[in-house]
Ligand binder design. Structure first.
Ligand SMILES: Cc1ncc(COP(=O)(O)O)c(C=O)c1O
Length: 366
């Protein structure tokens, strides 16, 4: 197949994470790396207990609070271990011994969260999309909730299956959300949740930082066996400095937050995500060559997942895409096919290039 784009075009990554960073953010990192704020030291050499770094943490929290309109009775924690560590830490921090939690099994990541939670507490799966191959979200009306559960866990965006919750239910128990892959891509009413968590490496910078936003009344003394560094209450009491926080990831998160604010905030990020994904779904639906099995109402604006009707062409698809500067389009290993992740730093122009390439590939092979 002929290469339709110049090899000189800037390469674009559609990786599910770590994701691309905005060019301005990368330029700022390059500038700050050798000598941070004229201190004579790299930002990598800053003490986390020094005044300058404490200020960076305070500013980062303040920007996040402003962007998400986080109410005063919520604490922001900068933690490590990724969202995967939170899967186990949620029951250990939020439940009494023996108390159960509700979980929605909406896709691969919810399934993992359930597996980890079950190691520490009884879990009630309120509904599952597994029988349908995780191509639709189970309707809230059919959830079998336990009114005595310690919390109900949802996954706002299923990164591997390309499903995104368009809204969030009102429940009698605290709602806990893994928002890792759509955090800061749309406004979210924090006051509707007991706890929100997200790894940083998709829309908040680089790997190493996991953000937890938790309502104060859910904080409790660490239960037996829970390491203090992973206790929400201990970290809240010590402003996330019980131990060394991931300083570089925190610094990049600060840059990302300011970039999002400069761009116009979360309403603008959401509008861009809608437009980018609309272009891709429109292209997919116009060709029999591609198959996008997710029901339209639940399709993710962030991770667009699809198959080629002829899977034998996948290797060529990835190869040709890479030759056109369009990288990291492989689907999740458990799902296969193609996945284009449209995080905040992925520009509309890159999506247009991908659409152009996909039209061309379909015409050539269809
Ligand atoms: C929705 C969701 N939850 C959890 C994770 C796991 O995050 P981490 O690798 O930071 O543990 C991911 C990673 O892609 C994800 O997409």
């Amino acid at each position: 197949m002929a290469c339709t784009f110049s090899e000189r075009l800037a390469p674009c990554s559609f990786a599910a994470g770590p994701a691309m960073l905005p060019r301005e953010v990368l330029a700022q990192i390059r500038e700050d790396l050798p000598d941070w704020h004229g201190s004579g030291f790299s930002l990598l050499e800053q003490s986390f207990t020094g005044t300058a770094f404490k200020q960076l943490m305070a500013d980062t929290e303040q920007d996040l609070r402003a962007l998400l309109a986080i109410p005063h009775n919520y604490r922001v924690l900068f933690m490590q271990g990724g969202a995967s560590a939170q899967f186990g830490l949620l029951p250990l921090n939020l439940l009494e011994p023996g108390q159960s939690a509700d979980y929605l099994e909406s896709g691969l990541w919810a399934h993992k969260a359930i597996g980890e939670a079950r190691r520490h507490a009884p879990v009630n799966v309120v509904a599952s999309g597994a029988a349908g191959g995780f191509t639709a979200l189970p309707p809230v009306a059919g959830w079998r909730c336990n009114p005595y559960a310690g919390y109900c866990h949802i996954t706002s965006n299923e990164t591997g299956n390309g499903l995104q919750m368009p809204g969030f239910p009102e429940l009698p128990v605290p709602l806990v959300a893994d928002t890792t892959s759509d955090f800061l891509t749309r406004p979210i009413a924090v006051e509707r949740f007991g706890l929100i968590y997200a790894s940083a490496q998709k829309n908040l910078g680089v790997a190493g930082l996991c953000l937890v936003i938790v309502r104060e009344d859910l904080l409790r003394p660490p239960r037996r066996g829970l390491p203090s560094a992973f206790s929400y209450q201990v970290q809240a009491m010590q402003q996330s400095r019980f131990n060394t926080p991931p300083t570089f990831a925190l610094y990049v998160a600060g840059l990302m937050l300011r970039w999002i604010i400069r761009q116009g905030g979360l309403t603008l990020m959401a509008a861009r995500a809608r437009e980018k994904s609309r272009r891709l779904y429109e292209c997919l639906d116009s060709h029999d060559f591609y198959r996008c099995p997710q029901v339209a109402a639940d399709r993710s604006t962030i991770n667009v997942c699809f198959q080629l009707e002829n899977p034998g062409l996948l290797d060529d698809f990835f190869h040709q895409a890479a030759r056109n500067g369009l990288h990291d389009l492989q689907g999740h290993s458990a799902v296969g096919g193609v996945r284009a992740s449209l995080y905040n730093a992925v520009e509309m122009a890159a999506v247009e290039r991908l659409v152009h390439f996909m039209n061309d590939f379909a015409h050539h092979h269809g």
